[in-house]
Design a protein around this ligand. Structure first.
Ligand code: 5GP
Length: 253
């Protein structure tokens, strides 16, 4: 079989040309990085778990009408996605103070916020993805005012969905990051959720014990990252198997 053309390689995922125009294949690696890739490791099974979990969340979002890039899972580590033009911003939603917000404002981690707060970082590894005000985003032409309003609305819908799903399995959604892409259909363009939604880009705390079930386990050396992600997948009923069906050919990875 001919090798697919690599389009882009990121820290945790690689994008390949898709089988049809307007599609890409997103491959989930086992690599974990933190602090702008100063800390690195390979966590066996992480890519398989995130492929499954991102499929689960994106499919759920599609079912409630939140547009996103997911088309179908291809195998253990790959999914077919819509090709989009990524808006160079990280959209972060916070329900509780944690991470950089807690540090910046001297707040105790876990303090409930008055309402979900949305913030934007400029996607630039060399600069460490700095927080940017909306004024900069419009001034520098990264997005229009209408785009910003649409991105905030999308992010808050993702937050409501994710908070509810997680609450149902005894997990508090502290905060998360999404990326948004421009999807073109002829002359028509719309903003859709892209990249991934997984414990790599969320903070997830067990409601009862406060146990961290997200990438902070790696960032802060709190234990086995794959165990934490497996626990999230187990509670959601998303198991990293290939769902072999009797009598049908099975995908081999
Ligand atoms: P913080 O700003 O507190 O570091 O992160 C807020 C939330 O966004 C956390 O859930 C964190 O995992 C996510 N996040 C922020 N920046 C990145 C990033 O560059 N990559 C990933 N995977 N997640 C991020």
């Amino acid at each position: 079989m001919a090798r697919r053309k690599k389009i882009y390689e990121g820290k945790a995922k690689t994008l390949y040309e898709g089988p049809e125009p307007g599609t890409l294949v997103q491959y989930f690696k086992d690599d974990a990085t933190a602090f702008n890739a100063e800390k690195r490791a390979t966590i066996e099974g992480k890519g398989v778990l995130n492929n499954r979990l991102s499929e689960f969340f994106m499919t759920g979002l599609s079912q409630i009408g939140v547009p996103n890039h997911f088309l179908k899972r291809l195998n253990m580590r790959e999914q077919l996605i819509r090709a989009v033009e990524i808006v160079p911003l990280e959209v972060i939603v916070r329900n509780y103070a944690a991470g950089t917000m807690a540090k910046r404002l001297g707040m105790e981690e876990g303090t409930v916020l008055p309402r979900p707060l949305v913030e934007f970082s400029y996607k630039n590894d060399d600069l460490g993805d700095p927080l940017v005000p909306e004024e900069y985003i419009i001034g520098f032409g990264w997005a229009s005012q209408q785009d910003l309003d649409d991105m905030i609305a999308l992010a808050l819908r993702v937050n409501d969905f994710m908070s509810g799903v997680m609450y149902g399995v005894g997990i508090k959604l502290i905060d998360f990051k999404i990326e948004i892409g421009r999807h073109y259909e002829g002359d028509f363009q719309r903003l859709i959720v892209a990249d991934e939604i997984s414990p790599d880009s969320c903070r997830l705390w067990d409601i009862e014990t406060g146990r961290k079930l997200d990438k902070d386990v790696f960032r802060r050396d709190l234990g086995d990252l794959a165990d934490a992600y497996t626990e999230v997948a187990r509670r959601l009923g998303v198991m990293p198997q290939n769902n072999p069906q009797p009598g049908k050919p099975q995908l081999i990875n």
